[in-house]
Design a binder for this molecule. Sequence first.
Ligand code: FAD
Ligand code: FES
Ligand code: FES
Length: 492
Amino acid sequence: MPRAKLVFMRNGKRVEETEVSPNETLLDYLRLRERSCGTKEGCNEGDCGACTVAVGSMRKGRMVYEPVNACIRLLAQIDGCDVITVDDLASEGELHPVQKAMVEQHGSQCGFCTPGIVMSLFTLYHSGQKPDRQRVNDWLAGNLCRCTGYRPIADAALLAIDGNADDALATRSAGTLKALKAMQDGEDIFIGNTDRFVAAPASIEALAKLVAKHPDATIVSGATDVGLWITKQLRELPRIILTGRAAGFDAITSSKSGLRVGAGATYAQAFDALAGIDPDIGEVVRRIGSKQVRASGTIGGNIANGSPIGDMPPMLIALGAQLELMKGKKTRVMALEDFFIDYGKQNRQAGELVSAVEIPRLARNQHFRAYKISKRFDQDISAVMAAFRITVEKGKMTEARIAFGGMAGTPKRASNAEAALVGVSIANEADWETAIAALADDFTPLTDMRASAGYRMRVAQNLLRKALTEIAGKASDETRVAGRRERLEAAQ
Ligand SMILES: Cc1cc2nc3c(=O)[nH]c(=O)nc-3n(C[C@H](O)[C@H](O)[C@H](O)COP(=O)(O)OP(=O)(O)OC[C@H]3O[C@@H](n4cnc5c(N)ncnc54)[C@H](O)[C@@H]3O)c2cc1C
Ligand code: FES
Ligand code: FES
């Protein structure tokens, strides 16, 4: 029999919940049921960070605390985790070191953003790092403050955080780890009845079986998309199947030939492996949403949602990735580009899961470039996302794989431009022009609130020129604010 309750830790204490609505968010649970109202509701869509809480989970035998937007995290997703909110930080009348530093540095004015900022900094405090200002800024990209200004907030972080956590959480960490280990009971969770339920299978086999049995259920991985269907579109999702508890669904395996990334791997989990293929991938991934979004959102969700402006698909398509899907016990594999049929239409059968993506490594003569174009550097959806893998032999391009997001109803290859590059000299700029012009045959972009059609085409053509310029070794210092690796290293 599956388990019909959630079991998790709330600030070091074990909690069991049997009354769990499939659509209940963690924020509603904290504010409405627990009456822990320190955690604020701002945008209710993962953008502002006012609702940030720390969620601790066991990874490779140790506790990892990540900042999470409670507004778009479902309550059922926290089974087996330790949840800490701003209400828990002060102890015996003493503020937490991060809170004290915020007071001392005048890091709060109206205070609405402050609980979320404190909780993001709390996770940085427990990350074991001694951050520099760039690191703090990156960590806080998902926390908007509209009145204090970020300098005093970053000053508070630099004052309080030196890589040595010394607080109540650190004192009880061994006990928390033991308690979380005990919660990993390998049992499937099923709360509700066949008409209305939330389920969290404990194995990939059980997950695939349940999805095949309930093809109309909503599969939920990180809920960074689905959470908004609930909070913004006010959709009622009566049957929810969570992937996050299935052991191994987030596994990342690396071999000489490539990477296999389980669909349930979050951006945070996959970051190092992806950046290891090429630093440009790391640079794009660190700009996906925010720390909070990257702690929850998954690679599989970014593919399965079929969005024409998702950041991963163009990069994975250009790299020649293969997608694995699973229905019950059967799996099938396809080139990733074949998954995207049309706007809102993917090559996924009812009851089928996206289970993994296989990403080949670059050969010595293959050069990869990826660029995300958005209005803001952080926490913004792409207007255009471009990725290029160009093979060069003896000064000539022998193969080109080019994929764009934001240029069509799906992430799509630029087949005319690709063909026009084959046999062309990488050294001779004038020879690139046919391919650059051919992008106009490949795409008819739309005008929307992110960009006009004309802007998108111009930027796509310029990005191809930029990639070729960099690969040819011309003026590469002038095409980036800093070198490719330096930018990434600054963000680590
Ligand atoms: C504030 C904010 C900022 C964002 N910024 C970016 C950004 O910069 N770039 C970007 O690309 N995206 C961005 N997103 C969108 C989103 O975070 C990503 O697309 C993310 O990867 C979705 O993954 P998820 O696991 O959260 O998906 P979920 O919300 O869990 O699911 C998304 C969809 O995929 C389906 N699904 C999920 N997993 C599977 C599976 N294994 N098999 C089959 N179907 C599945 C679900 O049923 C649903 O239809 C942002 C979102 C927010 C809220
Ligand atoms: S309330 Fe704005 S991110 Fe949750
Ligand atoms: S203190 Fe007012 S929004 Fe940050």
